[in-house]
Design a protein around this ligand. Structure first.
Ligand SMILES: O=C(O)Cc1cc(O)ccc1O
Ligand SMILES: [Fe+2]
Length: 436
């Protein structure tokens, strides 16, 4: 359990002061001539100044140094596998499955050095698209911080706890929890041991809770279960603190002589947050048939096309399965969306073999997929009774309306692509009978 304190809510307007410095937030205005305790006021905008009020997000920081105090950015040369070049490989429409990605053992790598892009689509400069990365690391970031100028990160830890210091305060995120670090927010990741997880990066928009329609006012991921850190700061001079920025898909580093985690107080509605996936209120069919997996949407990044996401973050949580006269596992299908899946814990119901925690699958646009032979045979003969499914497991999907390309690292360099994946469907029999 985490020892850090959080504030509960999603989309709320929060105010927080480091308790060591009461009244650090200016009263009744944002930019007083002199801020309390001699702090600097700085705004972080997450939407255009002119965005409609219901979407408008920004935060006011009251900090020891303004962020502008740094030396010029230079290219950062310590990561070869973070990319937004979607033309590295020729397109590959095959069903793809990756064995668990290797966490470095001998070599020391921190979160930033350990970022590897698997697939993505879109144009980073036009702020349209997404990228899917894995982080594979074993070392904390020392006197270094990172921010993404290109979009938001939704981070899904699979192995190892992420102890994240942000400008807003500290967040601890364990496997089966997720966190969102919005565009521009500076953070540093501490780890203890081998650490692995997945990242969904979106360029277009911030993540939102899905509309609930006839479900009503409650359910799925409830707003009160999202947690935002409380203000924490350090006033620390550091010779050569590294501020690393992902900007237009490339990494740059600027040196500065102070810790950027020097925000004594802040207020606003543009914030990082975490969410424990075990709090998801699962809604599903209690009569017959298999619901589409959108019923398990935790967060969505909408596109301009109504109801169609740049990316949805969907989970497959432990639940009761009760449908009558129904083939209960996922159906066979072809989708006009791309489906990237990862596994945090246990096994995934449609494929008990081969898809392992820390691995992944990609079923691209219109690529047919569904239950493997064993799953089909078992589930079509099973005696149907109320049953717990997915107990002790957690699979998830990043589902996108964009057609994603796999990177060279994803298809070749990582050497984790399972060439035999297609075999899991080959034993499916012709069960056709002339009479029923
Ligand atoms: O392909 C998958 O395993 C994900 C998925 C799950 C489900 O229950 C229905 C459709 C679907 O794409
Ligand atoms: Fe699917």
């Amino acid at each position: 359990m985490s020892d850090y304190k959080y504030m509960s809510g999603f989309g709320s307007h929060f105010s927080s002061e480091d308790p060591r410095y009461p009244n650090a937030l200016p009263k009744a205005q944002n930019t007083p001539q002199k801020c309390p305790y001699g702090l600097y006021a700085e705004q972080l905008s997450g939407t255009a100044f002119t965005a409609p009020r219901k979407e408008n997000v920004r935060t006011w920081f009251y900090r020891v140094h303004p962020s502008a105090k740094h030396l010029p950015f230079q290219p950062y040369m310590f990561n070869r596998y973070l990319t937004h070049d979607w033309d590295e490989q020729i397109p590959n429409p095959n069903q793809m499955r990756w064995k668990p990605f290797d966490i470095p053992t001998g070599e020391k790598k921190n979160f930033v050095k350990g970022l590897h892009t698997i697939c993505g689509a879109g144009d980073i400069r036009c702020r349209h698209g997404l990228a899917i990365h894995v982080y594979l690391c074993n070392e904390s970031m020392e006197n270094a911080a990172f921010y993404n100028s290109d979009g938001d990160f939704l981070i899904v830890p699979q192995q190892g706890v992420l102890d994240i210091t942000t400008e807003f305060g500290k967040i601890k995120v364990s496997p089966n929890e997720i966190c969102v670090i919005p565009q521009g927010v500076r953070f540093a990741v501490n780890v203890s041991g081998p650490t692995r997880g997945y990242i969904l990066e979106v360029y277009d928009n911030h993540f939102q809770l899905p509309d609930l329609g006839p479900i009503g006012a409650n359910g799925l991921a409830n707003p009160r279960d999202f947690e935002t850190p409380v203000a924490w700061f350090e006033d620390r001079n550091v010779n050569g603190f590294e501020m690393i920025s992902k900007y237009q898909g490339r990494l740059f580093v600027a040196k500065q002589n102070h810790s950027p985690f020097d925000v004594v107080a802040w207020h606003g509605n543009y914030v990082p947050y975490k969410y424990n996936l075990s709090k998801f209120m699962v809604i599903n069919s209690v009569s017959y048939d298999h619901c589409d997996p959108s019923i398990f949407t935790v967060l969505t990044c909408p596109s301009l096309r109504y109801g169609t996401a740049i990316a949805d973050f969907v989970i497959f949580p432990p639940r009761w399965s009760v449908q009558e006269h129904t083939f209960r596992p996922p159906y066979y299908h072809r989708n006009c969306m791309s489906e990237f899946m990862g596994l945090i814990l246990g096994k995934y119901e449609a494929k008990e073999d081969g898809f392992m925690p820390g691995g992944a699958t990609l079923h691209s646009m219109m690529t047919p997929h569904g239950p493997d032979y064993t799953c089909f045979e078992t589930a079509s003969k099973a005696k149907l009774a109320p049953e717990r499914v997915a107990e002790g497991t957690q699979a998830f999907m990043f589902e996108s309306s964009l057609s994603m390309a796999v990177t060279q690292w994803g298809e070749k360099t990582c050497q984790k692509l399972d060439e035999k994946y297609y075999e899991c469907w080959q034993a499916l029999k012709n069960n056709f009978k002339l009479t029923n």
